[in-house]
Write a protein that binds this ligand. Structure first.
Ligand code: AHR
Length: 516
């Protein structure tokens, strides 16, 4: 059996893990909102104000800290005034990006904020730059946040009160556009910078400090980042108004969502792990312009992207989810924890029924995916302090076949080597009070690994317990068998300052260590 040695000193902390790293993304796309979180009030499916009760309860367990809305590409064609006022009078628009289906605007600002409050998440709104105006964004903020909605207040605040919220909604997080290098307007970095400066001039907090997020690159496009910062750097005011810079990285697929060879298993895990290269290179590029690290790095869309499930609308991006997706999610969250001094938010795409979802629904049925369970298992990291961890683990070497056409995205990328290498075990650790929390993945498709964890410094282990999510490499939850992949209790042997455990193949493990 493989062996892995992990060493860490609980005193070797370096940054608080921003709870917003554990964020989600909900877009008006496919069955994410309609026939997803929202079923309306006139339905036999139990709901709270139109939102499915079972989903609310599940998300409360999974603890998404923040949820991005309304898109995605949808955001740059969304006009927020369509989504306020009496629901039966709202306009019917065409969702041009996602299948040209009718958007009924039943879920608008008030509804989405209600949903966030029900699940305990902070709302993060993405403004429309591509087809909107600075005035539209400014008015949306006023509608949401201007405090005085009384007779002497503002007209937009009064509209909010008429829509049921006399008190401000206090939306703190505002994105200035989405993918403005693509579906959000096809801007160059310089042109987007000009737009950002213009829009940001009208983004006002009305007494609250807002968090203003600029559009970052597609994948690890360092040139976008460098050119954007080079231009905005000259405008002290605008530069100072950026709180976050948001990149998107989808690691794609290898094979399909549920059918893949062992080689494709490793290939996707390797692509997922490239998130670390993105974070390292993007943060280094940002550091050149922002050495004091005032601006946080955000990854507000990420995840696997498989070919859609058979017999579903291709524009709806509905895909199954296996233990492979769970390991991608766990590895990615571990990367963000290890860069907690720079990564301030991430939003997996998307919460339900779209791409790497936490929840899938079919009529009245719902299930939690293996990825969803990773969020539940990893929740104790939120707000804890990240600790440096040393992991000595064997490398997994695998051959890559240049498969052309037969499976989606299995062709070698230009310059990609014929051999891939990933670590057997990866992970991260954090400390909250006297509880040390360690999360680990074993990416090996077949072999378990024995792990010894040595804690350095003046520490003693009082008690330790763990949970594991594991399965054969294609293991998944289906509507006929929804609990195939669920967390199980794990035996952890501890003595003084050492722990011993075995990580199953293809698994995600979370260990809570109570220190004395
Ligand atoms: O998450 C699906 C889509 O992927 C989003 O709308 C867009 O921003 C990205 O390209």
């Amino acid at each position: 059996m493989n062996t892995t040695r992990i060493t860490l000193n609980p005193a070797d902390t370096f940054a608080t893990i921003n709870p917003n790293i554990y964020g989600h993304f909900v877009e008006h796309l496919g069955r994410c909102i309609y026939d997803g979180i929202w079923v309306g009030e006139d339905t036999p499916i139990p709901n709270v104000d139109g939102f499915r009760t079972d989903i609310i309860e599940t998300l409360r367990r999974l603890k998404p800290s923040i949820i991005r809305w309304p898109g995605g590409c949808f955001a740059d064609d969304y006009h927020w005034q369509d989504g306020i006022g009496p629901r039966d009078q709202r306009p019917r628009r065409i969702n041009i990006h996602w299948g040209e289906v009718i958007e009924t605007n039943q879920v608008g600002t008030q509804e989405f904020v209600r949903f966030c409050r029900l699940v305990g998440a902070e709302p993060y709104f993405c403004g429309n730059v591509g087809s909107g105006t600075p005035r539209e964004l400014r008015d949306w903020i006023e509608y949401c946040n201007f405090p005085d909605s009384g007779p002497n207040g503002s007209t937009w605040a009064q509209r909010r009160a008429a829509d049921g919220s006399p008190e401000p909604l206090n939306i703190i997080y505002w994105g200035v556009g989405n993918e403005n290098w693509g579906c959000g307007g096809n801007f160059s970095p310089e042109d987007y910078c000009t737009e950002f400066r213009r829009y940001a001039s009208f983004v006002r907090g009305f007494g609250k400090k807002l968090s203003v997020i600029a559009c970052g690159p597609a994948n690890n496009d360092v040139e976008w980042t460098d050119r954007f910062f080079q231009k905005i750097f000259k405008d002290y005011w605008a530069f100072n108004n950026i709180d976050g810079f948001a990149a998107h990285y989808y690691c794609g697929t290898a094979g399909t969502a549920t059918e893949y060879t062992e080689e494709e298993w490793y290939r996707l895990l390797e692509k997922g792990l490239r998130m670390e290269e993105l974070v390292l290179q993007q943060r280094a590029t940002m550091d050149a312009w922002d050495p004091k690290r005032k601006i946080g790095l955000i990854i507000d869309e990420w995840g696997t992207w498989h070919p859609v499930e058979k017999d579903t609308n291709p524009a709806f991006l509905y895909q199954q989810n296996t233990i492979r997706d769970a390991i991608v999610a766990a590895n990615t969250l571990d990367i963000f924890n290890r860069h907690a001094d720079k990564v301030v938010m991430s939003n997996i795409a998307q919460t339900i029924n779209v791409l790497q979802a936490m929840i899938l629904t079919q009529g009245e049925q719902m299930l939690v995916t293996p990825t969803g369970y990773v969020y539940e298992m990893y929740a104790p990291h939120q707000g804890a302090v990240s600790i440096r961890v040393r992991i000595d683990t064997p490398e997994i070497h695998f051959k890559k076949t240049n498969i052309l056409q037969t499976t989606w995205q299995s062709a070698l990328q230009e310059g990609e080597k014929m051999e891939g290498v990933i670590p057997t075990v990866a992970g991260s650790a954090s400390l909250k009070g006297q509880i040390l929390f360690l999360t680990l993945t074993n990416s090996h498709a077949q072999e378990a690994t024995d792990v010894t964890i040595d804690l350095l410094g003046e520490v003693k282990i009082n008690q330790a317990h763990g949970q594991v999510l594991a399965g054969e490499i294609h293991a998944q939850n289906t509507f006929s068998s929804p609990t195939q992949v669920i967390p199980q209790a794990l035996d952890v042997l501890s003595k003084s300052s050492q722990l011993n455990l075995t990580l199953q193949p293809a698994s995600v493990t979370a260990i809570q260590i109570h220190l004395g």
